[in-house]
Design a protein around this ligand. Sequence first.
Ligand SMILES: O=C(O)CCC(=O)C(=O)O
Ligand SMILES: [Mn+2]
Length: 194
Amino acid sequence: MFTVSLPLPDADIILYPSLFDQPECDRLLTELTQTIQWRQDWITIYGRSLPQPRLTAWYGDPGKSYTYSGITMNAVPWTPTLLTLKEKIDSLAGVVFNSVLLNLYRDGNDSMGWHSDNEPELGTNPVIGSISLGGTRKFMLRHRFKKSLKYQLELSSGSFLLMQGTTQHYWQHQVPKTKRPVLPRINLTFRVIT
Ligand SMILES: O=C(O)CCC(=O)C(=O)O
Ligand SMILES: [Mn+2]
């Protein structure tokens, strides 16, 4: 399997540009769009309540819950398709993922702001396995302490991005809005919750 290691200090990020072929991506996109229990959450910013600019869902082992931006999500049980995906990337990552956050970016107006995946329940060096399906979106990275260090790449359909080691200590990432017309995109970030 062809992979690229991103040339970033203080990070361990590996890109598999095409883990899934086009027919597989189409099949997955259709199925996940229709069968996942998508939710619209609201977030509070500076005292104002706003809809999160994307739809989300949280699946995983029984009893796994996840809190971020004041939202607590209880895991919906794995579907057979999500379990199959999990087992495929478990073996690439060398860990046993027990949960997945799904994000649906309906169009270029949907986005995710700068953050690190460093919540306490992800442990010391979180391993995050991220599958992208559908429209290609820009994925930006910036170093938290060396402000001149930046990097960006396009995450296209069928790609798999593995972030591990000290990545979340030193780097933040985002998926910015775009004015370019883009197809809907589903991203699945598999996680290990302790
Ligand atoms: O959509 C993406 O590629 C990134 C999603 C992400 O950063 C997250 O779910 O924590
Ligand atoms: Mn993230």
